[in-house]
Design a protein around this ligand. Structure first.
Ligand code: NAD
Length: 416
């Protein structure tokens, strides 16, 4: 990230801006500036050639005043304590924004799963879960998938934790396969929720979905489903990208065909009905909606001035640096901040956890309807704060999320 601040320092700056409006008691504000608990572990993994590699793993429980800590597990070479702490803080505010009874956490291992075999990833996951066994659990902290982890990784985590307990504990992770107590609708939940907020933003701005032009950075779990749902609703997805590059077709891409191509070629590039572009070139294409759905800090001072979009919907967590945020604001871009726009995943994770604890499962219509209700309410609450306090949407969402966490911290009081 090209910002002069680390990722976590940026989160603290956003918190400081929100607190100008919240004016929290000093002791509570100071409490919210530090994570409750961080665990750093060394994870030995036997590689396929017989050697042993040591990976560093992290789990940060930022706050759990409102309920068990909740947050994804990321496998990526750049994972570090600062990043995981920042993402854990964002999860905490996010659960507050959508008003679900969770605190926030995040975890990850610094590794490159793209060059590891399935067996190596399984052994890494099982040993990492064992090391986290001290602090995770359905009542304390519930992991979920994030970048380069998926439902298979969650299945291994659930199995390892269950082996440690001696009985099946489906509620220890969410984003599991359906056959292990996963929830219908979870795989597309983040994207469905994001689309709900985009539709609300369109209403607010007097824009229509028919023919809406969209580009999506990152064609993974969040990016693919967002592109697909928007296309099904009548939008034109004119460009998508992944870690290897981008593709562009001003007439619109067939998202299922792009996914089929990526499954074979391991990249969106080379798709027959599109022109190859670099990721930076894709960013400069004029669109109605830009959805960054890859990693944080991708929109920064080096490229923000070339962005021409009316709406920027953050599928990723903080894909825009604070400095770039200011430029977008000055350019009149309507921002849907990640703690609102990508909260659908944790909302359906909450549904999954409730279903696991009750051993009673809901149908997909029920899940979709409840998700839409929560996301629509959250959008309206954030917009109301933005209009009432005359602040941008990121500040408004942070005010809402932090206020709900602070209310719980204040009401619980200080122990002992
Ligand atoms: P994923 O691993 O499924 O997909 C990530 C995608 O980003 C891949 O297509 C990868 O090729 C691409 N990518 C990586 N580096 C890139 C680069 N430099 N430029 C362009 N593309 C690049 O991960 P995901 O679960 O879709 O998560 C994406 C983002 O959404 C992350 O920031 C994550 O924290 C956030 N998020 C995910 C969820 C969820 O439910 N999965 C929920 C909320 C937020």
């Amino acid at each position: 990230m090209s910002s002069s601040q680390t990722f976590f320092q940026e989160i603290l700056s956003t918190l400081e801006i929100a607190n100008r409006h919240l004016k929290l008691p000093t002791a509570v504000y100071e409490r919210l500036r530090v994570p409750r608990r961080s665990l750093i572990v060394s994870v030995p993994v036997q590689m396929d050639d017989g050697s042993v590699n040591y990976y560093t793993g992290y789990r940060v429980q930022y706050d759990f005043a409102r309920g068990p800590a909740k947050g994804g597990i990321r496998y990526h070479p750049k994972v570090n304590h600062d990043e995981i702490t920042a993402l854990a803080a964002l999860m905490t505010w996010k659960c507050g924004v959508v008003d679900i009874p969770f605190g926030g956490a995040k975890g990850g291992v610094a590794c490159d799963p793209t060059i590891m075999s399935k067996g190596e990833i399984e052994r890494l996951t099982r040993r990492f879960t064992y090391e986290l066994g001290l602090i995770i659990g359905p009542e304390s902290d519930i992991p979920a998938p994030d970048v380069y982890t998926d439902e298979q990784v969650m299945a291994w985590m659930m199995d390892t934790y269950s082996m440690m307990k001696g009985y099946s504990v489906p509620g220890v992770v969410t984003g599991k396969p359906i056959c292990l107590g996963g929830s219908l609708g979870r795989n597309k939940a983040t994207s469905s929720g994001l689309v709900t907020t985009v539709l609300e933003a369109l209403k607010h701005l007097g824009m229509r979905i028919d023919g809406l032009t969209v580009t999506v950075l990152g064609f993974g779990k969040v990016g693919f489903h967002a592109a697909k749902i928007l296309q099904d609703l009548g939008a034109k997805i004119i460009g998508v990208s992944d870690s290897k590059g981008a593709i562009y077709n001003p007439q619109g891409l067939d998202i299922d065909a792009v996914a089929a191509h990526k499954a074979k070629a391991d990249t969106v590039q080379g798709f027959k009905d599109a022109e190859n572009l670099t990721n930076e070139e894709l960013l400069t294409i004029e669109v109605d909606v830009l959805i960054p759905a890859a990693l944080e800090g991708q929109i920064n001072l080096t490229n923000v001035n070339r962005i021409k979009t009316k709406i920027l919907a953050e599928g990723a967590n903080n894909p825009v640096t604070l400095e770039a945020d200011e430029v977008l604001k000055a350019n009149g871009v309507f921002l849907l901040p990640g703690i609102l726009a990508n909260a659908g995943g944790v909302v359906v994770s909450y549904f999954e956890w409730v279903q696991d604890l009750q051993r009673f499962f809901w149908n997909e219509n029920e899940i979709d309807a409840r998700l839409t209700t929560i996301m629509t309410k959250a959008f309206k609450e954030v917009l109301d704060i933005a209009q009432e306090k005359k602040v941008d949407m990121r500040t408004a969402a942070t005010v809402l999320g932090v206020k709900r966490v602070a209310d719980a911290v204040i009401t619980r009081g200080l122990y002992p």
